[in-house]
Design a protein around this ligand. Structure first.
Ligand SMILES: [Zn+2]
Length: 241
């Protein structure tokens, strides 16, 4: 994007934000700006920057995951990976490497079943046998009070997303291509991106779309979570990334 278009776009966003703030009734929930209860969609991200997240597993090429992690690190970005432990537990080096690269690695359950459909003992086992961490991304983003309680008992906070790239949706006959995935992030509402969480998957065209997604976000004036060196199983709350 040219400097001219970029500055015009930033000016427009600023004007619209000012207008929205002017028009907002005083009683409206101030959302992430309030001294707020934990916001599961933002995973505790209070930084104002965008957190990119990568779910599931790279089935055809497990090493792609650490290549993505290395690329993100090279661009100064910390991301979060939510790996299915049925696979990740067979490749412990991948989690170790991602954390050494400065990324967070969270629990996405053991075998990616829809937790609310399971008897309580099975739902608990799916979480307990997931990748050891402090953030839980429930498969399909699907959970209720029971799952929140179990997760909390096992030391996890729920973490979903504010921007779904729909990169996983092959209902059109094939997965959306990289250009489509990139456009979905570019066109997502500003409020969902600033301090938000973007959902993508390791087995789709999301990794291929990544360079363009990062360029677009930066061109449009967004920051991305900063990479400041290695991480551990404990994902801080709040996320001041
Ligand atoms: Zn998943």
């Amino acid at each position: 994007m040219s400097g001219y278009r970029k500055s015009r776009r930033i000016a427009l966003v600023t004007a619209l934000t000012t207008l929205a703030l002017t028009l907002a009734p005083a009683t409206v929930n101030a959302g992430p700006h309030r001294a707020a209860p934990y916001d599961h969609q933002r995973c505790g991200n209070t930084s104002g920057r965008v957190l990119l997240t990568f779910d599931d597993w790279s089935y055809d090429d497990p090493d792609l995951t650490v290549e993505v992690g290395d690329y993100l690190r090279s661009r100064g970005i910390r991301a979060a990976f939510f790996l299915i432990n049925e696979f990740a537990s067979q490749y412990p080096g991948i989690t170790e490497t991602l954390r050494a690269q400065g990324h967070w690695v969270g629990n996405h359950t053991y075998s990616h079943r829809r937790l609310p459909d399971l008897p309580e003992a099975d739902a608990r086992a799916e979480i307990r046998d997931g990748l050891d961490s402090t953030l839980l991304r429930p498969p399909f983003g699907d959970y209720g009070d029971r799952e929140t309680r179990i997760a909390s008992e096992l030391g996890y906070r729920m973490c979903t997303w504010t921007v779904d790239t729909l990169d996983w949706d092959g209902s059109g006959g094939s997965l959306p291509d990289a250009a489509t995935v990139r456009a979905r992030v570019r066109e997502a509402p500003a409020a969902d991106k600033r301090g938000g969480v973007v959902l993508g998957h390791l087995f789709t065209h999301f990794p291929e779309a990544l360079p363009g997604i990062i360029d677009d976000l930066r061109d449009d004036g967004y920051g991305l979570c900063r990479n400041s060196g290695s991480t551990s199983r404990n994902i801080p709350m709040p996320l001041n990334c």
